[in-house]
Design a protein around this ligand. Structure first.
Ligand SMILES: Cc1ncc(C[n+]2csc(CCOP(=O)(O)OP(=O)(O)O)c2C)c(N)n1
Ligand SMILES: [Mg+2]
Length: 426
């Protein structure tokens, strides 16, 4: 006689849950490359204290700080260059914070404190003629791509000579002519299809390039993230997507944002490689970015890299981040990307002497003082200029193909295919 099915729905669903657990044990059936030397085991739980909702960090908060992972690709000189960009990134943000507190910044300021390794070492992997689409915390990436601190300071102060000529007082600026930087788009996720389009445009001009952009742990939930990445995947476009998992999206902890263990797992659903790095380790960030860029240049398609780290300040300068449990800050303060990289270069590798390190810092301080004074002294836009630059006048600017004439145009004009065309549409 067969087993009788229970009529009690609770019992039935209980059985179903048990069998689900048995069928899907805690293991992966696919591989995600994981460069980390430490896998933090901390959960952020929502609880109540004195009737108020608050968050608590639960898990191993005392684990030993991991060493920096040896890079497979970076030379000694490149290590030092990346370290310099990271220092410039952090110190420039400190200047911006002071300018804000002095009432000189017109809008808000967003910081990438604790994320400097991710911003700088990722952008460092791009070639000069490749493309970047940064987000608000990627000031370091902008520096690496060639924006000067004075450009960025003037931008926040809405000065006439700023990249947007005073029309935007925040991070919405780029430069499609010299730096190949697409301006950040506030609607989170929208940069992803745009950068996929940049890679597609380059391919139509006969080149496979890397086009890098970022999305946060919060922003990756948007529909356009899926659409953009899926399009890049099916077209084999050279998109390099950094998912910056800094554990918070505004005041929502990552644990309340998604159920997957690692956001890199999402790559499986797109059919592309997924990689996890410690976002506070510049060597890991660079190596993963370099491999993804090389893959892009070979025309093999996009890569998703999840960089795990912590947003060490509030969402923006107006947010004191009081909702973040202090032990979590303490845990990540010990993993400061700059202090660890400095220790690696000065004490582990002996690639920088103490005095060389001090000299480097003094040079950065000097550069920032000069840039700050220049930016503060530079004029605001004149009221009459407000209507300028809103509409294109005929011939006011031309957007030329960056790499070559599009394949189709060459064929139409010459009746033949380009001899050196190595790149084909799928
Ligand atoms: C589509 C969309 N939804 C909401 C917002 C408002 N918003 C701006 S920043 C932000 C939090 C983003 O968090 P995350 O993606 O984790 O990036 P982080 O700020 O941590 O770098 C939100 C919700 C937006 N800009 N775009
Ligand atoms: Mg976040």
């Amino acid at each position: 006689m067969g087993k009788r099915r229970s009529n009690d729905p609770r019992q039935r669903s209980g059985n179903r849950n048990r069998s689900l657990t048995a069928e899907f044990p805690n293991r992966r059936t696919y591989a995600i490359l994981d460069y980390r030397l430490e896998k933090p085991n901390i959960t952020i739980c929502r609880t109540r204290k004195d009737g108020e909702i608050c968050y608590q960090a639960v898990g191993n908060l005392d684990s030993t700080v991991p060493p920096i992972r040896e890079s497979k690709y970076l030379s000694k000189q490149q290590h030092i260059e990346i370290y310099r960009w990271m220092l410039l990134n952090r110190k420039m943000e400190q200047v911006l914070e002071n300018l804000y507190k002095q009432g000189k910044v017109v809008g808000g300021v967003y910081f990438g404190l604790g994320q400097e390794a991710c911003s700088c070492a990722s952008a460092y992997a791009l070639k000069k003629d490749e493309w970047l689409g940064p987000l608000i915390r990627n000031q370091g990436s902008l520096l690496v791509r060639g924006f000067s601190p004075r450009d960025i300071m003037m931008q926040y102060m809405a000065k006439a000579s700023s990249p947007t000529k005073g029309r935007d007082a925040s991070s919405h600026f780029g430069d499609i002519y010299q730096h190949n930087v697409v301006a950040p788009i506030s609607t989170l996720g929208d940069l992803i299809p745009v950068l996929a389009g940049v890679a597609l445009g380059a391919r139509l001009q006969g080149r496979n390039i890397a086009a890098m952009t970022y999305i946060g742990d919060g922003g990756q939930s948007t529909g356009v993230t899926y659409e953009g990445l899926n399009f890049a995947a099916v077209q084999n476009l050279g998109l390099v997507l950094f998912v910056e998992n800094n554990l918070w999206g505004y005041s929502t902890p990552a644990d309340m944002q998604f159920r997957v263990k690692d956001l890199a797992e999402r790559a499986i659903a797109y059919g592309i490689p997924g990689v996890i790095v410690d976002g506070t380790d510049a060597c890991q960030v660079y190596d993963a970015a370099h491999e993804a860029c090389e893959r892009a240049r070979r025309g093999e398609g996009p890569t998703l890299i999840e960089a795990k780290m912590m947003r060490m300040k509030g969402h923006a300068i107006h947010d004191a981040a009081e909702y973040v449990p202090e032990p979590l800050f303490e845990y990540w303060r010990k993993r400061d990307p700059i202090a660890r990289f400095e220790n690696y270069l000065v004490k582990v590798k002996n690639w920088l002497t103490g005095s060389e390190n001090e000299k480097l810092m003094a040079e950065i301080d000097h550069q920032l003082e000069e840039d700050r004074d220049f930016a503060v002294a530079s004029p605001m836009p004149s009221p009459e200029s407000a209507a300028g630059g809103v509409y294109c006048e005929e011939g006011c600017h031309q957007v030329k193909p960056k790499y070559a004439l599009p394949e189709t145009k060459i064929q139409r004009e010459t009746g033949s295919k380009r001899a050196d065309a190595t790149v084909q549409l799928k």
